[in-house]
Design a protein around this ligand. Structure first.
Ligand SMILES: [Zn+2]
Length: 310
């Protein structure tokens, strides 16, 4: 049976049209609704959480203002939440407001937790640590208050106020995709830290291969295929991975070349990986043979046959 994942319940604060939850009017007559920020952060956060192998329970789906009790009941699984278990942590994302007119004096990020609940405070600390490191906003610190979500959720629960909608500078940040992304990423890092996990970064796309160089799967026995290259009808294999699986111990990398025993082997370095030719491994007596499947012209994969079984 698979190990059960940690379940994070999250909540985007208000409905999109909840009265009063918006910035004051900008000079051009436009404004931002609080839920636009909250929802964008939660959507981005959920992507990071799933990549980090958490289960995600969104407790305020849709455009309406889901009653607070429904949100915490779903997290507590007193309303069945589809996961059959209560969430392991709860978080609510909001934007702050001191009033309904522009006010440059109010500023910063603050996080609420339930007074006297040590685990809730620890979660708040971990998320705050990353949020204030990763964003330019002033740290208003951790707060306690008698809020429904932090009080009624039966798990560590925090309410994040990610900046003031009525501060004109912060309002612009709250409207920007970059700031929303930053908040989401830092919250995810804080959650990972709270649960003792190493944050899994977004994998950057692989840089493009040079012209005339094509990727090919290299198959050795029953191992998962390796990422090799086809260049002018020859197959090239990632040296370190393939020599390791073939059990070659006497190899090294020196002056931009791979050496196997005393022999230097023709080496290509592409996107920071050193590749050597499979046929050279045949000449050196490490492989019995190389087979192009289905053939040299339409190669889909290259099978390497080791001298010794691996
Ligand atoms: Zn709010």
């Amino acid at each position: 049976m698979n190990e059960q994942k940690i379940l994070i319940a999250d909540d985007d604060g208000h409905g999109i049209d909840t009265a009063g939850k918006r910035t004051p009017l900008f000079p051009d007559g436009t404004y931002m609704k609080e839920n636009e920020f909250n929802r964008a952060v939660i959507d981005k956060l959920n992507v990071h959480l799933k990549r980090n192998n958490f289960d995600v329970l969104h407790v305020s789906a849709g455009d309406t203002d889901v009653p607070l009790k429904t949100r915490t009941d779903l997290a507590n699984n007193t309303i069945p939440n589809g996961f059959g278990r209560p969430a392991d942590a709860f978080l609510s994302v909001h934007a702050n407001a001191a009033g309904n007119v522009w006010n440059s004096k109010v500023k910063g990020i603050e996080i609420f937790y339930r007074a006297g609940y040590k685990e809730g405070k620890k979660l708040a600390q971990d998320v705050q640590e990353y949020l204030v490191k990763g964003t330019p906003l002033f740290n208003r610190g951790l707060k306690t208050n008698n809020l429904h979500v932090t009080r009624e959720a039966k798990m560590p629960a925090i309410l994040i106020e990610g900046g003031f909608m009525d501060n004109p500078d912060e309002a612009k940040l709250l409207m920007s995709d970059a700031y929303r992304e930053e908040c989401a990423e830092e919250i995810a890092r804080g959650i990972c830290q709270y649960f003792g996990r190493t944050y899994i970064e977004v994998t950057p796309p692989a840089p493009p291969l040079p012209v005339g160089v094509n990727p090919v799967s290299i198959v050795i026995g029953s191992n998962d295929p390796y990422s090799g290259l086809l260049i002018n009808g020859s197959s090239w294999v990632p040296a370190k991975e393939v020599l390791t699986v073939l059990g070659v111990k006497t190899w090294m990398f020196q002056k931009k070349s791979i050496y196997i025993g005393e022999s230097s082997v023709e080496t290509k370095i592409i996107n920071n990986t050193s590749y050597i030719k499979s046929v050279d491994l045949v000449s050196l007596g490490i492989l019995k043979g190389v087979f192009f499947d289905p053939d040299v012209v339409n190669t889909k994969r290259v099978l390497l046959f080791p001298k010794e079984a691996v």
